[in-house]
Design a protein around this ligand. Structure first.
Ligand SMILES: *[C@@H]1O[C@H](CO)[C@@H](O)[C@H](O)[C@H]1NC(C)=O
Ligand SMILES: *[C@@H]1O[C@H](CO)[C@@H](O)[C@H](O)[C@H]1NC(C)=O
Ligand SMILES: *[C@@H]1O[C@H](CO)[C@@H](O)[C@H](O)[C@H]1NC(C)=O
Ligand SMILES: *[C@@H]1O[C@H](CO)[C@@H](O)[C@H](O)[C@H]1NC(C)=O
Ligand SMILES: *[C@@H]1O[C@H](CO)[C@@H](O)[C@H](O)[C@H]1NC(C)=O
Ligand SMILES: *[C@@H]1O[C@H](CO)[C@@H](O)[C@H](O)[C@H]1NC(C)=O
Ligand SMILES: *[C@@H]1O[C@H](CO)[C@@H](O)[C@H](O)[C@H]1NC(C)=O
Ligand SMILES: *[C@@H]1O[C@H](CO)[C@@H](O)[C@H](O)[C@H]1NC(C)=O
Ligand SMILES: *[C@@H]1O[C@H](CO)[C@@H](O)[C@H](O)[C@H]1NC(C)=O
Length: 825
């Protein structure tokens, strides 16, 4: 009888167990292990704990936590990232001491491949997945005191409420370690970690090498992170006390989904889930541009992304190794022109900078700036001083006792530093902390007023000229029926997130001239920062540009439907109060032409980077031609339309002239020839026939430009009258293809890859479109090792060809901008 009851009870409890697990409880104890296939769901339905396999593997199993209601299984924590289980036999248990153990087999007494360690012995422990994504072990009935928590063991993701930093009493340190790859959660090469030496800051390293630093905290943000400011998404804090040093953040609205991630490539990004696009949006990237590369300019150098070259010595300093400096190798930095004399020194004030590395610094938070200066002056080794906290006029004292490394200029968001100089230098430059930079500033203001007035005049003249031209042409042609038929003005067609004009206006400083970063096909491009800190590029349609309107709509229509890592990403648009604006993610490193055609900048692109860029462009075009929903011919591929992201990945931009094509009419004739001289294929420029093979031709031209560092247009050679295409063709025929290579990459280049690139480029620029390969063959040829076909004679390789076409045109520009039209014959 008693036996029967016992059976019944056992039966009941097993059923209960099965039910509770399938209806998603958030807690388990020592009698309820979690097997592969079971999941635990947090109370608010936000996170799931369970076993998963990365996309590329079917056998490797990991125990992890991911968002429950977001597609794509974004994993935020992994227990056994370096110790996968082979097959679906894993089991997670919590034992009676409160330790979690992950077993590779269902045998509960078997060896564990991962375990947690409770901070103190437990009596009746339970494990719970909280709605914050934190997996905790606690005593049953005590909700607040955790014996262990996964938040103390971050992987590559910092969730709201997690601390990035250390406990000074125990030395316990929490930091991010990247994953190997998007589909491989094992520990990768990058870390993002607080360095407590001197005044603390967060440092990103690759192995043990520093790559990026945030700069020290200044009360409002880290010195080098202007994007960290009050915003509608999250609040952040940095705590420095005797007990702890850490950074953490919380979301303003818990229904927002946002996380900080150290990506496999070392880039630190805040990603926010967008319900509109059903995708993760890059909200901000910590490393903004080149100048964020650690110590790019060496000791006493300063980096300014707007100057060319970006590195300069501080005033009163000169390059330590001038030869290297001229060759754009700034790593040895600068040295003083006049040595310090301990007693007679003074200070020069610099405003608007990211403070130098603080590892060998000293600080006192209650000292005034005056005391700070005195302290620095008294110590002969002190090289600089600054306020720690910039709020309320500044307070605290930070002293440096070593070379000053990794300074960058941030214009309006930087802070002040006082750098020790010999007295004679201060007199010579007329600069000291008392007589700051007012006289130079005055000169700068006068100069810029004069310059902008001049610029304005030129712009007005240009606008007038263009309008005149356009009106004349419209009279002649009666508008462009092609465009009118294809594009309605209905903004609903665009299916894009809409931005408010007021927000864009604030972001770009009321479309200030100083925010202009370039000129797109149909108007200026501004750099801007949204209220929430996201950096954007804003393309604005010039108000009186009718043809621009067509291009604008065309671009919006096409790019809204495209998504590829080698295409720029459109964030949204704004059509309001007669404004037509497209908003893109900002590409800090400018465009390809800025690098390859500039003697100084080109040294920053070594051969492996160039080859990667060639491959990226090829894949982007292949996507346009073949894999995208629309199947698109770009029609204006050129180095100026290839933008580069922080890691020098190429992104194709400017779709104002793009046309989509259906399979039946893959070759189209147009009355209106648009594009850029030097990149246009002959059949297009002369007969107005365009097809995917016109893009292939432009790609070939770009490859030759990347390899040679020379523009096709304007190329000249003492020995012949050929353009770059003809030059490459001649050298190829003579077997001297290596003479095509840009001098600056000659040392870093792989001759086999160069040969392959030149050969492929020559195939792409063959005179007859039928002979040119399509982009899928190009991508294949770039990646394989086999023999390549022999190219035939290129089209357009004598300079005369150009003259002929140019004569037929009304266009008078010599610069490398997209031309508007050539009347077809
Ligand atoms: C585990 O929890 C279940 C119900 O949640 C309970 O019946 C059981 O007694 C607990 N086991 C231990 C060892 O505390
Ligand atoms: C994983 O298990 C499968 C089948 O049991 C076996 O074939 C394979 O070799 C194992 N892989 C590893 C890496 O142990
Ligand atoms: C667990 O922590 C205790 C003290 O907290 C320590 O003595 C012990 O070595 C740790 N065990 C493991 C496996 O880390
Ligand atoms: C898949 O991930 C494993 C690591 O688990 C990695 O070694 C491998 O290269 C990846 N394979 C592919 C095709 O990405
Ligand atoms: C939080 O966001 C949701 C959805 O976006 C919104 O409905 C809600 O009003 C917001 N709550 C607060 C307090 O702002
Ligand atoms: C720059 O110079 C340093 C020191 O002379 C050298 O170690 C380094 O390799 C150089 N870097 C490049 C890219 O040439
Ligand atoms: C340092 O400055 C003091 C006072 O200006 C001067 O007397 C002394 O000669 C200087 N010493 C050196 C080594 O220049
Ligand atoms: C910091 O500066 C204050 C004010 O000058 C002083 O009273 C205090 O002793 C200093 N603290 C340290 C640790 O030097
Ligand atoms: C100053 O520098 C000298 C030589 O570099 C060193 O011997 C001395 O210890 C330093 N003094 C301080 C206070 O750092």
């Amino acid at each position: 009888m008693g036996c029967c009851w016992a059976h019944a009870l056992f039966f009941c409890s097993s059923v209960f167990l099965a039910i509770t697990q399938s209806t998603a409880v958030d807690t388990f104890n020592s009698s309820q292990p979690i097997a592969d296939g079971d999941t635990i769901v947090s109370a608010g339905d936000t996170f799931v704990l369970g076993f998963f396999s990365p996309r590329n593997s079917s056998t490797n199993r990991y125990l992890g936590i991911w968002y429950r209601n977001i597609p794509g299984q974004a994993v935020v924590w992994v227990a056994n990232r370096d110790n996968p289980i082979n097959g679906s036999t894993g089991l997670l248990t919590v034992n009676s001491q409160g330790n979690l153990a992950l077993l590779s087999s269902l045998d509960e007494d078997g060896p564990s491949i991962w375990s947690s360690n409770s901070s103190r012995p437990a009596r009746n422990p339970v494990a719970q997945l909280l709605d914050s994504g934190n997996l905790v072990v606690r005593e049953a009935g005590d909700d607040d005191n955790f014996l262990w928590q996964s938040f103390d063991y971050p992987c590559d993701t910092l969730l709201p409420g997690m601390k990035l930093g250390l406990d000074r009493r125990t030395g316990f340190d929490r930091y991010l370690t990247s994953s190997k790859a998007a589909d491989d959660p094992s520990s990768g090469g990058f870390t993002y970690r607080i360095d407590p030496r001197g005044y603390p800051e967060i440092i990103q390293r690759e192995g043990s090498t520093e790559r990026y630093r945030t700069g020290p905290w200044n009360g409002l943000r880290f010195s080098g992170t202007p994007y960290l400011r009050p915003n509608p998404i999250y609040m952040f804090q940095f705590v420095v006390s005797d007990q702890e040093i850490y950074y953490s953040y919380l979301l303003d609205n818990t229904s927002t989904v946002s996380r900080l991630v150290l990506n496999p490539n070392g880039v630190i990004q805040r990603l926010t889930w967008s319900g509109d696009t059903q995708g993760w949006v890059v909200y901000v990237t910590a490393q903004m541009d080149f100048c964020d590369r650690y110590a790019l300019c060496g000791a006493y150098g300063r980096c300014n992304i707007r100057s060319s070259p970006v590195c300069n010595c501080l005033r009163g300093f000169e390059p330590k190794v001038p030869n290297e400096w001229e060759l754009v190798n700034w790593s040895n930095g600068c040295v003083r022109q006049t040595a310090l004399n301990c007693s007679g020194d003074g200070f020069v004030k610099y405003s608007g900078v990211k403070l130098p590395e603080t590892r060998r610094s000293w600080f006192n938070v209650s000292m005034s700036l005056e005391e700070c200066r005195g302290n620095c002056l008294r110590s002969c080794n002190c090289t600089a001083y600054a306020n720690i906290d910039i709020r309320n006029g500044g307070s605290g004292c930070l002293l440096w006792f070593s070379e000053l490394i990794d300074i960058r200029e941030l214009e309006d968001s930087g802070q002040d530093i006082y750098i020790r100089m010999a007295a004679s230098e201060i007199e010579a430059t007329g600069d000291s902390e008392t007589n700051s930079k007012s006289s130079t500033r005055k000169q700068v203001i006068v100069l810029s007023v004069v310059l902008s007035a001049g610029l304005l005049l030129i712009c007005l003249a240009l606008i007038f000229f263009l309008r005149h031209l356009r009106q004349k042409r419209q009279r002649e042609m009666g508008g462009d029926p092609e465009d009118n038929a294809r594009f309605s003005t209905n903004k609903d067609d665009l299916e894009l997130p809409l931005f408010d004009i007021a927000a864009i206006s604030v972001a770009t400083n009321n479309f200030s001239l100083s925010n202009v970063v370039g000129e797109g096909g149909f108007g200026p491009v501004y750099k801007g920062v949204l209220k929430d800190g996201q950096e954007i590029a804003v393309k604005r349609l010039s108000k009186d540009s009718k043809q621009g309107l067509g291009e604008f709509k065309n671009e919006a229509k096409h790019i809204a439907k495209l998504q590829h890592r080698n295409l720029v990403k459109l964030l949204g648009c704004c059509i309001q109060e007669e404004e037509m604006i497209l908003v893109y993610e900002l590409m800090p490193n400018k465009s390809l032409d800025y690098f390859i055609f500039n003697e100084n900048q080109s040294m920053l692109l070594d051969w492996p980077t160039r080859y990667q860029i060639i491959n990226g462009i090829a894949r982007g075009i292949l996507y346009l031609h073949q894999d995208s929903r629309l199947r698109i011919i770009h029609r204006d591929l050129k180095a100026g339309n290839i933008l580069l992201d922080f890691e020098m990945n190429p992104k194709i931009s400017d779709f104002g002239l793009a046309r989509s094509f259906s399979e039946s009419d893959s070759k189209t004739n147009t009355r209106k020839v648009v594009g850029t001289y030097g990149y246009m294929s002959p059949e297009y420029a002369i007969d107005g026939i365009y097809s995917v093979k016109s893009d292939v031709f432009s790609f070939g031209v770009m490859v030759l430009e990347i390899v040679s560092g020379k523009r096709n247009r304007g190329f000249s050679h003492p020995d012949h009258q050929l353009n770059l295409l003809g030059h490459a063709w001649k050298l190829y025929q003579e077997g001297k293809y290596e003479e095509v290579i840009d001098n600056t990459v000659r040392n870093s280049c792989d001759l086999e890859q160069v040969f392959r690139s030149v050969n492929i480029a020559l195939l792409c620029i063959q005179r007859s479109p039928e002979d040119r390969p399509n982009m899928s063959s190009v991508v294949l040829m770039l990646s394989c090792e086999g023999d390549l076909p022999q190219p035939k004679e290129p089209g357009f390789y004598g300079e005369r060809d150009f003259v002929e076409v140019a004569k037929s045109s009304t266009n008078k520009y010599s610069a490398d901008i997209s031309i508007t039209e050539i009347e077809a014959r």
